[in-house]
Design a protein around this ligand. Structure first.
Ligand code: TZP
Ligand code: MG
Length: 232
């Protein structure tokens, strides 16, 4: 059954994967306050994604985020910047298709560093599988205001073949792009082909970070995800 989830590495819980974007914070909310509330709400992994900050600012945000995530025992992943991941002792890096190749990133980073990569096509999934990524971000599933998309959203139906390409591997997968508590059930119940590999989690930006109450937002997302995963 597509919703039956074969659990592999229990140590990495990707079920609710928060990707940050400080430009989306609602008026009056500080970044660290929102991040802490999201952690209390049940976020299981945090990616720091800074597309406009300079190096010094990125470094500071990463350091502060690392200290906070450590308090909640949640791994921190740095988008793009291997140097910043090394500098703050982050647990992982997230790479895009045009960033540092995974094999080279592996050589630069400590053993056991989590390496994730964004994939938009089945071919990209196959390559990521060959290069031994730890997890894949699949998407964008739906259109989003958060990122200027260069490729057409894959839709729920696009996920099926990508997940099927992971059959027999222990590479994890999360979906990203336009996922909200209001459409998550549709994602989870959508027909995702008869594959043994189901999503290990969902990655969300705006439906947590742009919300006045990120704790409740995270809690709702996680409840829906967990309930669907357990359902038959
Ligand atoms: N990569 C693909 S879509 C996206 C990223 C970083 C943004 C997703 O943001 P949101 O607000 O969860 O739609
Ligand atoms: Mg990138």
């Amino acid at each position: 059954h597509p919703l039956l989830h074969p659990t592999n590495d229990m140590s990495l819980d990707l079920s609710l994967y928060l990707v940050t974007d400080r430009t989306l914070l609602p008026p009056g909310k500080s970044y660290l306050e929102s991040l802490e509330q999201a952690l209390i709400g049940g976020v299981t992994v945090v990616q720091i994604r800074e597309k406009t900050a300079d190096t010094a600012e990125f470094l500071q945000v990463a350091q502060e985020s690392k200290a906070l995530c450590d308090r909640y025992n949640v791994p921190l992943i740095i988008n793009d910047r291997i140097d910043i991941a090394l500098a703050v002792g982050a647990q992982g890096v997230h790479l895009g298709q045009t960033d540092m190749p995974i094999q080279i990133a592996r050589k630069l980073l400590p053993k056991d560093t989590i390496i994730g990569i964004s994939c938009n096509t089945v071919d990209e999934v196959r390559l990521a599988r060959e290069s031994n990524a730890d997890y894949l971000g699949l998407g964008a599933v739906w259109d989003t205001q958060t990122k200027k998309l260069t490729k057409t959203p894959i839709g729920v139906r696009g996920l099926g073949p990508m997940l099927a390409a992971l059959d027999g591997s222990n590479i994890k997968a999360v979906a990203i792009g336009g996922i909200k508590s209001t459409n998550l059930a549709r994602l989870m119940h959508g027909s995702v082909s008869a594959t043994e590999h189901w999503l290990d989690g969902i990655a969300v930006v705006s439906d947590i970070i742009a919300r006045m109450d990120p704790q409740t937002a995270a809690y709702q997302l996680k409840s829906i995800f967990t309930a669907s995963r357990l359902a038959e």
